[in-house]
Design a protein around this ligand. Structure first.
Ligand SMILES: C[S@@+](CC[C@H](N)C(=O)[O-])C[C@H]1O[C@@H](n2cnc3c(N)ncnc32)[C@H](O)[C@@H]1O
Length: 199
């Protein structure tokens, strides 16, 4: 799943082929965002907008900020969510750089954080905690290093794909001051909610 493979035009087809549970993962992320009011939301590694589209269906009034380093992917995202989120903002930027200013009620990220190494993930989680509003939620959906090596079914290149074990990621979320909970898992895919305590 190297970012260098990402051709915006063929992206979705490629993901469905490489990640058989791709649609389920997106649906589980969207479901994990439900049950709370969301005014502002931030999508990290938004890609072509497949994740944002589903979450906007749950939170139709949410104002979206979508960040990705690939402008071509964001152009497709802009087209995909144009009707659902006419005021959405699209930011070409890197996960490693300062995040768009909060506060956000919801931060989401699907299949993007595994492009960072361990230190990069811990650093990103700390910065997400800062831009989350008190009582806000981060929902992470990603490929992880599974306990049983036989469950590692998603193609990873070991260079640009750097998944981490789930327990490590839960520790980094706790160290960031968030309260994590694993809400869905299948083989090497996981969806985690991480809530910032209310003030
Ligand atoms: C596998 S796609 C996931 C896109 C979308 N969230 C989805 O689930 O379909 C990963 C996305 O993360 C972006 N990405 C990868 N590394 C990044 C980084 N360091 N900073 C910003 N975006 C990054 C890529 O450009 C790509 O659009």
């Amino acid at each position: 799943m190297s970012q260098f493979h990402f051709d915006p035009q063929t992206y979705l087809e490629m993901m469905r082929a490489e990640v058989p549970d791709y649609e389920r993962l997106q649906d589980e992320l969207a479901a994990a965002s439900a049950g709370r009011p969301v005014d502002r939301m931030l999508d990290l590694g938004a890609g072509t907008g497949q994740t944002a589209r589903r979450v906007l269906a749950v939170h139709p009034r949410a104002r979206l900020v979508a960040l990705d380093e690939n402008p071509g992917m964001l152009e497709l995202a802009r087209a995909l969510v144009r009707d659902a989120a006419p005021t959405a903002r699209f930011v070409v930027g890197r996960l490693e750089d300062p995040l768009p200013a909060g506060p956000f009620d919801l931060v989401i990220s699907a299949l993007a954080v595994h492009h960072l190494d361990a230190a990069g993930k811990a650093d990103l989680f700390a910065r997400i905690a800062v831009v989350l509003a008190p009582g806000g939620r981060f929902v992470l959906a990603d490929v992880v290093v599974p306990t049983d090596p036989a469950d590692l079914v998603t193609p990873v290149d070991g260079a640009h794909d750097q998944p981490s074990p789930l327990p490590d990621q839960l520790d980094w979320l706790r160290q960031a001051g968030l309260d994590p909970d694993v809400v869905w898992m299948r083989r090497d895919l996981a969806v985690v909610t991480a809530d910032r305590p209310a003030a």
